[in-house]
Design a protein around this ligand. Structure first.
Ligand SMILES: Cc1cc2nc3c(=O)[nH]c(=O)nc-3n(C[C@H](O)[C@H](O)[C@H](O)COP(=O)(O)O)c2cc1C
Length: 417
């Protein structure tokens, strides 16, 4: 067991003991429900999230009982405090964008071909010269120790076993060097820049020293975000916040020793500066329009992730799968286009590949797996998505990723050029 696990378990045991006294618990808790009478408390958005994103309530007791990735969500919800589950589940405002990310997939149909003789499929994908067994990527997610004692290390072990690309958040709760060690090879590093360039430069140097070949600049969070659902879940939480959040805990080791202040809105000048000051490939995460895709090309960006932060940034109402066609059309194959947001099924992945994406990042599903069953849970989620992608590829008669072309999808509601 790692040092992280030992310390954490002792700390949690002690706090559990304290919590068993109602008097002590209520005086220690920093997140007791102080407003149970809030009239909006039971609004539809939040009650949907409470039941899990697909409205399911049932929970499984081992990974082999899971039929799909949603089965892990119910367990994650049971295992986590309401505040931590709320951190995963939340969208912004009325959660319209969050829901759109899922719902828009149902407006795209797959045109399967018959009698193709395809029995074996090759899901391998090449990104920046490196070949991966599948296009399924673990999206950057901060603070993973909120979901599992060893957080990003557990995710890295699963990524290693299943050979998936993992992107590490600036707000990782475990130092990058330890995560790279657990993964057994360098990861892509996601950057939230600081207001001060010298601080940003220090973060970049650390990622470069850890061997990261790619920096992913997230550009959809600078204006802040209105995560109402998260606030409601937090109000409901009667656990002792100090069990996870306590002074001196090095919860953001990439930035905690630096004078880090999250940057205010950036311009393309920053992208130029980043390009000039790093040896890593620069990928921009959060692009959703053709105009910005063209600017990415003009500014020498090496890749794009079409993303709305899983519906956690602005309430645009636009699903990423809706944004994908205009971005791929603008990019016209000049740089890789990846996507994330609401991918829960192999068929979702297939549709994005047919619409020109080269990599599909997943966020919440692997967090559900992580919170539900640790490494085994993450591995199982990855296995399921791989198996579902493999199945639809066989069913559609596409023997390899490059065979999944525009001809394999149709939509009467989304314009796919
Ligand atoms: C709990 C949580 C934390 C996240 N933290 C980060 C982060 O630190 N950096 C980042 O670029 N994106 C972050 N994201 C967004 C994900 O990288 C990704 O865009 C999103 O989860 C994809 O949507 P999905 O969850 O529907 O798969 C986070 C998402 C979640 C759910």
């Amino acid at each position: 067991m790692s040092n992280y696990s030992n310390l954490e378990i002792k700390r949690r045991q002690f706090l559990k003991y304290l919590a068993s006294s109602p008097l002590i618990a209520s005086s220690l808790s920093g997140c007791l429900n102080d407003d149970p009478g809030n009239p909006q408390y039971n609004d539809i958005a939040i009650s949907t999230l409470k039941r899990g994103s697909e409205g399911r309530l049932s929970a499984i007791s081992s990974v082999d009982q899971a039929l799909n990735v949603f089965d892990f969500e119910a367990v994650a919800k049971t295992n986590l405090t309401p505040a931590h589950y709320g951190y995963i589940a939340t969208g912004v405002a009325d959660n319209i964008t969050l829901r759109a990310n899922r719902e828009e997939f149902s407006k795209i149909d797959i045109r399967v071909r018959r009698l193709t003789g395809v029995n074996q499929v090759d899901m391998s994908t090449k990104l920046f010269g490196e070949t991966w067994q599948t296009p399924i990527i673990l999206a950057p997610v901060g603070s993973q120790r909120a979901f599992n004692v060893d957080g990003e290390i557990t995710t890295a072990k699963a990524a290693k076993n299943k050979k998936h690309l993992q992107i590490l958040s600036t707000f990782t709760s475990i130092p990058i060097e330890d995560v790279v060690k657990a993964r057994g090879k360098p990861l892509w590093f996601q950057l939230y820049p600081a207001t001060q360039w010298n601080v940003t430069k220090e973060i970049l140097r650390r990622a470069e020293s850890a061997g990261c070949p790619v920096v992913v600049l997230t550009v959809d969070m600078f204006a802040g975000s209105n995560r109402e659902s998260m606030k409601r879940f937090k109000k409901e939480d009667s656990s002792i916040c100090g069990a996870c959040h306590f002074p001196g805990r090095n919860s953001r080791p990439m930035v905690s020793k630096l004078d880090f202040k999250l940057s205010t809105p950036l311009t393309w000048d920053f992208v130029q500066k980043l390009k000039e000051n790093t040896s890593m490939k620069v990928v921009i995460k959060g692009i959703v329009t053709s105009e910005d895709a063209v600017l990415c090309l003009e500014n020498g960006v090496d890749g794009i992730i079409v993303s709305n932060h899983g519906g956690r940034a602005e309430e645009s109402g636009r699903a990423t799968i809706q944004c994908l066609p205009e971005v791929t059309a603008a990019v016209n194959g000049q740089i890789p286009v990846l996507i994330d947001g609401g991918f829960r099924r192999g068929t979702d992945i297939f549709k994005a590949l047919a619409m020109g994406a080269q990599g599909i990042c997943i966020g919440r599903p692997y967090l559900w797996g992580l919170a539900a069953f640790g490494q085994e849970g993450v591995e199982s989620v990855l296995d399921m998505l791989r198996a579902e992608l493999q199945l639809i590829m066989k069913q559609a008669g596409t023997a390899s990723i490059k065979n999944i072309t525009r001809d394999y999808v149709q939509s009467t509601q989304i314009i796919i050029p």
